[in-house]
Each structure stands twice: as C-alpha cells, then as structure tokens.
Design a binder for this molecule. Structure first.
Ligand SMILES: *[C@@H]1O[C@H](CO)[C@@H](O)[C@H](O)[C@H]1NC(C)=O
Ligand SMILES: *[C@@H]1O[C@H](CO)[C@@H](O)[C@H](O)[C@H]1NC(C)=O
Ligand SMILES: *[C@@H]1O[C@H](CO)[C@@H](O)[C@H](O)[C@H]1NC(C)=O
Ligand SMILES: *[C@@H]1O[C@H](CO)[C@@H](O)[C@H](O)[C@H]1NC(C)=O
Length: 384
C-alpha cells in the first residue's frame, strides 16, 4: 500500500510542478489563480478558518499537496523533472500534461478513505520511526480537511490513534495531533461530539499551558474548534476551569501574541454564545475584573490584529447585562484606552497600507464608545 502511495505522489508532485511551470510561462497570476481555485475545497471560509489561515501563515490545499508529495518523493527526481519542464515548449508541455492525466487515470488514484487508512495504519504501528509518524500525521492533517473525510475519521480508528499521540513524548507529534483534532472538528458538530466523548478536552487544556508556544497555540485552536457553538462542549470547558485558563493567558503580558489572539477570539465567541442563549443567568467569569482589565489592556497591543480583536471582545462584553460600565471606567480605564486608540487610528489613516483597516476599526471603536457611554450614563442615573 505504502509503495503505491509513493508512486502516485510522485505523479501528483509532477502535476504541481507542471501547473506552476505553465503558470510561469503563460500568465502568472491568471493561471495560478485558476489552479488555486480548482485545487481548493469548495465552500466559503468561516471566521475561524480565516483565523487559522492567518495565524499559520497560509496553509492551503495546494501547499499541503506540494508538501505531501515532496515528502513522498525522491528529491533528485523532482529536481530533474522541474529542469525538464523548463526546457519544454508550450506545445510539449501540453502534451506532457495530457500524458500525466492519462497516467493518473490509469493508476486510479486511491480514495481519500484509502489514504486515511494507510496513515492510520502507520500511526498504530508501534515500531514506526518518528519521522514516519510525523509524516503520517501530516497526511491526516491534509486529509481531514474535507468534511466527508472528517466524518469518516472515527470509523476508521483515526480519532483514537490521533488522541493517543497527544500523549507522545515528542512535542511536534503532540502539536500536529492537536491540530488534526481542531481541523476535523471545525464547524462539525458530529466530530466535535465524537472527540468530546473521548474525553480529550482536559488533555488539550493541559497542552494549552505548554512552554512550547506552537503546542499551546494548536491546543487552543483545537479547544476553540471543539466547543464552538457547542453548549455541551462549553459546559465541559467550564467544568475543566477553562475560564481560569483564559484568564491566566490573557492577563500574562509576556505570553506570545498568537496565544493572546486565540484566547481573545475564543472569549468573544463564548460571550457571543451567552448573548445568543438569551439566558438571564450570565457567567460571573465575564464580569471578573481581572479578565476585563486584561482585555482592555490588550487594546493597546503593538499588534493591530490583536487590538482589533480585543476591541471586538470589549464590544461583546459590553452587551452583556451583567457588565458594569463603572468597573470598565474606574478599574479598566476603558475611556482612556478608547481615547488612545482613537489617536493611534488617526495616525494610521495617513498610511495608505493601513488606511482601510484604520477606517474600519475606527467605526468599530466609535460603536464601542457609544455603547460604553450609554451604559455609563445609565449606571450613573441608577446610583443617584
Ligand atoms: C495577464 O495578467 C495581467 C495581470 O497581471 C492581466 O491584466 C491580463 O489580462 C492577463 N492576460 C491574460 C491573457 O490572461
Ligand atoms: C511497522 O513499521 C515498520 C518500520 O517502518 C515496518 O517495517 C513494518 O512493516 C510496519 N508494520 C506494519 C504492520 O505495517
Ligand atoms: C495518556 O496518559 C495518561 C497519563 O499518563 C493516561 O491516563 C491516559 O489514558 C493516556 N491517554 C491515552 C489516550 O493513551
Ligand atoms: C507568563 O508567561 C511566561 C511565558 O510563557 C511564563 O514564563 C510566566 O511564568 C508566566 N507568568 C505567570 C504569572 O503565569
């Protein structure tokens, strides 16, 4: 099975090389664009996917395919193939493309389920080398992206195998395993529940405190994906002291920015869920002074994206009934933070690269200010 996967992947790599070479010869942007859209999965990106793509520097199907193929191919052969392609005329290239297409049809590309089985089989092989284990996980990471594949994962024994690797002594192996769980459960209640039932949340939360930033980031990503719009998952999260986890991360100013981004994103998501539930009982966590102060302080982050996320989270928090505007003013100094942000955004509009961002964020900032002042006014009236 493995050998067959290898020969097919060489072909896949060749195809990618061909596509890129053709794109370079003809019209770079146009052809590459066409290749991109055909290589990408259908369906529009969700906020969380945007988030993930942003944080991970653009992991895409094309890139994944290249990585996967190259990982399975002989680098020397690939190089030769690339050189060969360089020498071909447009006519010959087209011919070559046809040949490869025919070859692929003849070879009968294995189904994704078959490929997943190969990877899972490898993961269950205790004598597998670390490199091979990493590669098997990376393959799964790509394979679980389409929702149909994610839905098959547990049936094939994949979830159990991946969850076992959360216990691996190698950090990188644990990190990719968490990443797979996040990717498979993203916007997928079926897989969310499967993973939650396997009791993985506590382990992931432990990993979110890892000293390795990469591991902590991927664990947080997986936690977010697991409990997003999933009330049972959120109950489990609070039961495992997830609120404290978020507070610990958000209030520590020396923690990596990626962790702050993920945490603030998750917080805004949880508040949103609370708002949508329409429940009168609001979690005391959301009015915790330390938490509120941390979020307001992050509005002054050097990272613009984090600033905006913090601002958005403040807006969500202000919409809760239990949020005390006086606390936000006197303890968190939200008025000062909003003032500073206004000045900074004015500066930023002068820079063409940031103008659009600055205008959008200023609109959001104004909105937050209005809600805040309105709430403050109400609180003052109530106290006099
Ligand atoms: C080639 O790309 C340029 C943009 O870089 C575009 O303006 C032009 O229309 C394209 N030509 C063709 C034939 O697609
Ligand atoms: C397990 O991995 C070892 C080392 O890669 C390999 O020799 C062996 O054939 C594998 N066993 C199975 C059942 O795949
Ligand atoms: C991981 O290790 C912990 C403690 O060593 C153990 O309780 C747990 O069952 C292990 N989980 C898996 C899936 O192997
Ligand atoms: C804050 O985070 C840093 C970096 O992860 C860590 O070394 C430090 O112990 C944390 N501080 C607290 C008070 O948790």
């Amino acid at each position: 099975m493995r050998r067959r996967a290898i020969s097919i992947s060489i072909t896949a790599a060749l195809l990618v090389f061909l596509a890129v070479a053709v794109a370079e010869r003809e019209n770079k942007t146009a052809s590459l664009g066409a290749f991109w859209s055909s290589a990408k999965e259908e369906g529009s990106a969700t906020v969380q996917e945007e988030e993930e793509r942003h944080l991970d520097g653009g992991f895409s199907t094309l890139e994944g395919m290249l990585q996967w193929s190259i990982g399975h191919s002989d680098p020397k052969k690939l190089k030769e193939a690339a050189l060969d392609i360089d020498r071909l005329s447009a006519e010959e290239l087209k011919q070559r493309q046809m040949e490869i297409k025919e070859l692929m049809e003849k070879l009968k590309m294995p189904s994704d389920a078959e490929l997943m089985k190969i990877s899972i089989n490898d993961l269950n092989n205790l004598s597998l080398s670390l490199d091979d284990r990493r590669r098997a996980l990376q393959e799964l990471l790509i394979l679980v992206e389409p929702i149909d594949n994610a839905n098959e994962l547990h049936k094939l024994g994949g979830l159990t195998a991946v969850i076992k690797d959360l216990n691996n002594s190698n950090t990188e192996i644990r990190t990719i395993s968490a990443w797979i769980l996040g990717k498979a459960s993203q916007n997928n209640p079926f897989v969310q529940n499967q993973i939650l039932e396997l009791g993985t949340l506590a382990k992931l939360m432990e990993m979110a405190h890892s000293e390795c930033v990469e591991e902590a980031t991927k664990a947080l990503y997986a936690i977010s994906a697991l409990i997003r719009n999933n009330l049972e998952g959120q109950q489990l999260f609070y039961k495992e002291a997830g609120d404290l986890m978020l507070q610990t991360i958000l209030s520590n100013s020396s923690i990596d920015i990626r962790l702050h981004r993920k945490s603030i994103f998750l917080l805004a998501d949880l508040v949103e869920c609370q708002l949508q539930s329409g429940s009168d009982v609001e979690l005391p966590f959301f009015s915790n002074h330390i938490l509120l102060k941390s979020v307001v302080d992050l509005m002054a982050s050097a990272d613009l994206d984090l600033q905006e996320k913090a601002l958005y989270a403040v807006k969500r928090l202000l919409m809760l009934r239990s949020t005390d505007a006086l606390v936000l003013k006197e303890i968190c100094e939200l008025d000062l933070a909003l003032g500073r942000m206004k000045q900074q955004l004015q500066q930023l509009t002068l820079d063409d690269n940031f103008k659009e961002f600055a205008v959008d964020t200023e609109n959001l900032r104004k909105e937050v200010e209005l809600i805040f002042l309105g709430k403050l006014e109400k609180a003052k009236q109530a106290s006099t």
